[in-house]
Ligand binder design. Sequence first.
Ligand SMILES: N[C@@H](CCC(=O)N[C@@H](CS)C(=O)NCC(=O)O)C(=O)O
Length: 206
Amino acid sequence: MRRFYGWATPNSHRVAIMLEELGLPYEVRPVNIRAREQFAPEVLALNPYGKVPILVEDDAPPLFESGAILLHLAETHRRFLPDAGPARAETLAWLMLALTSLGPFTGQAHHWTELAPEKPEAARRHSIGLVERVYRLLDARLEGRDVLAGDAYSVADIAAYPWVAKHGWAEMRLEEFPNLARWFAAIGARPAVMRGMRVPEGARLE
Ligand SMILES: N[C@@H](CCC(=O)N[C@@H](CS)C(=O)NCC(=O)O)C(=O)O
């Protein structure tokens, strides 16, 4: 049986949403990162980086990195990623933006706005500024559009959604980004997204 290792974190939720969208059966193995369970020997044996999400499928090496897992599932099941051509390239571009800018910048902003014991104003403002630039880009991109890439919901939307759900971490106010807010409401109304965002059941990040 396919096993999903994760916690109530944006990178984990990307994978949970994808599994739900595909309707695949999976067992949830909660890894409480606040309790440092990501450093348990059985988790490190699957991902020596000590991070979630991790997906383990029968007869395949364990897979880590949320982007790699999304691509693997999309290609295996031929869903949520065009097979070839310009639409595929465009989808990959917006997926990469979510993987390399939206997620990491929002995570850093969370550190400087909430988690760090000291919060130097320069670090706070710098990290928030990086996120704001991405939000301006996403908002402009979604003017007159319902999805980030191509003409259908894709791995780019799946990768971005759980991080936009954490807009408060970067002190972003969605009402200031009306196109992004409309997209966020529409994606969040998908039943598979709602289910994925609740995995693992009962997990809290606080
Ligand atoms: N680039 C990785 C990042 C994974 C990551 O940072 N996961 C966080 C939760 S969202 C984690 O496991 N944090 C615990 C730690 O760093 O010790 C991915 O996209 O999967």
